[in-house]
Design a protein around this ligand. Structure first.
Ligand code: AMP
Ligand code: ZN
Length: 116
């Protein structure tokens, strides 16, 4: 846990969030500025700044993140309709919070573009 990290505080419960899912490895909550009817952030409990900081020692965090995404879309009933997962990385990737997180978007027809 990083003291000054917003998402570490959310995981610890010292900042409130709308929790969607939690297990041993991940915490998932609603994005405060949703870009779709379902917009969930899936965060590994282990603090890693970004995808840029992933290496052999910590890359195992990705598996529970993606499994959580699948559980959430099943729970929300949108697995068949479809969904999108996005990692923003570093300034030009649009990353604002430097605790690795997967955006899960669903619940509407998402645009075909990649937001470039
Ligand atoms: P990124 O740009 O990929 O770093 O995404 C950060 C996301 O965190 C944005 O979509 C914000 O809307 C979201 N966010 C920031 N603060 C909070 C918060 N306190 N609770 C929930 N989501 C937040
Ligand atoms: Zn953190």
């Amino acid at each position: 846990m990083l003291k000054e990290c917003l998402f570490c505080k959310i995981i610890a419960g010292s900042i409130k969030s709308e929790k969607v899912y939690e297990d041993e490895h991940v915490f998932a909550f609603k994005d405060i500025h949703p870009k779709a009817p379902i917009h969930v952030l899936i965060v590994p409990k282990q603090h890693i700044d970004s995808l840029a900081k992933l290496d052999e020692s910590n890359a195992d965090v990705l598996k529970p993140v993606f499994l959580a995404a699948q559980k959430i879309v099943k729970e929300e009933g949108v697995l068949e309709r479809g969904f999108r997962t996005v990692f923003n990385c570093n300034p030009e990737g649009g990353q604002l919070v430097y605790h690795l997180h997967l955006h899960l978007l669903a619940g509407k027809q998402l645009g075909g573009g990649m937001g470039a």
